[in-house]
Design a protein around this ligand. Structure first.
Ligand SMILES: Nc1ncnc2c1ncn2[C@@H]1O[C@H](COP(=O)(O)OP(=O)(O)OP(=O)(O)O)[C@@H](O)[C@H]1O
Length: 276
């Protein structure tokens, strides 16, 4: 019997005017990125320039396309269309050079969690080609900075969500990349650790590094970031310095204005009249 398989879905066709060439001086320059999963267009032509030396926030509602965009910007996911360059190097034509400059904290990617925290950070350093002495020294520094010294010999599989986030962040930093791309770095992290991590990131930016973070916490982005992009429905709705984007409003109010979705009225009346 002959089985005919359905034709593979074709990528969505990008529409709109041609995109300008990438900004070679930018830490990250994204041009016309598109990604479709089956019928769902997750990212529909995103172009963004992240200036070198900026602290850049990427915000948007659930399902806006942030993770998909960051995955395409860091070489974890191949776009259907569009390009990404890292400090002037095209990610998909010179992947090794571009990725060497990046430290990435992906969202939801499994770690080698049968290693201890110290082993995982060490492994990341060796994988990046650092010599053993440098790896040992930096591993100790990172364990201290992330407040993980007491749990250095605990298997990562037994870490809490926040500890797992911190050990993944340490692993992303060990090779001292020029650009850090962090998907939800503060999610599940306790306030003291979050403040320590923010200090580390600010010092890194002050020394010329670039940080891109995705977050849902508008107040944090407004205080922490120099630049922000608001994405919704796979598009960039606004981008620029935080002050340009928010204007006279708070970033949260601007976000709600652009994205919409506040539900008016009572809603879930049954929940308030529970009789059990
Ligand atoms: N591997 C996948 N297969 C199918 N659909 C996907 C896949 N990855 C993402 N999507 C869909 O693409 C859209 C964008 O998802 P994405 O994870 O990029 O959003 P996000 O802005 O990071 O959301 P959140 O804030 O909830 O993390 C969503 O509708 C999601 O369901």
């Amino acid at each position: 019997m002959i089985t005919l398989s359905a034709p593979a879905p074709q990528p969505a066709t990008p529409q709109g005017p041609p995109v300008p060439p990438p900004d070679l001086s930018a830490a990250l320059s994204l041009r016309g990125l598109w990604k479709r999963f089956g019928e769902k267009i997750a990212v529909a032509g995103i172009s963004l320039d992240v200036p070198a030396g900026s602290f850049y926030g990427l915000v948007g509602p659930n399902g806006a396309g942030k993770t998909t965009t960051l995955s395409m910007a860091t070489g974890l996911l191949r776009p259907d269309f569009g390009s990404a360059s890292v400090l002037g190097t095209d990610l998909w034509s010179d992947t090794v050079t571009a990725k060497r400059r990046l430290g990435v904290l992906p969202d939801g990617v499994r770690l080698f969690d049968r290693l201890t925290g110290a082993q995982l950070i060490t492994y990341a350093g060796l994988l990046r080609g650092l010599d053993r002495d440098t790896v040992a020294e930096r591993t100790e520094d990172l364990l201290r900075a992330m407040d993980l010294v007491a749990d250095r010999d605990t298997f990562v599989v037994d870490y809490s969500a926040g500890m797992t986030k911190k050990v993944a962040l340490a692993s992303a930093m060990i090779h001292a990349p020029r650009v850090l791309v962090l998907d939800e770095p503060f999610e599940a992290v306790d306030p003291v650790s979050a403040a320590n991590i923010r200090d580390i990131l600010h010092a890194y930016v002050a020394d010329g590094g670039t940080v891109v973070v995705s977050s849902h916490v508008m107040d944090l982005v407004q205080r922490m970031c120099s630049h922000v992009a608001i994405v919704g429905g796979g598009h960039v709705l606004a981008a620029g310095t935080v002050d340009e984007v928010r204007g006279e409003q708070t970033l949260e109010d601007r976000f709600v204005d652009l994205v919409g979705g506040r539900k008016e009225g009572e809603g879930l009346a049954w929940l308030r009249s529970s009789s059990v």
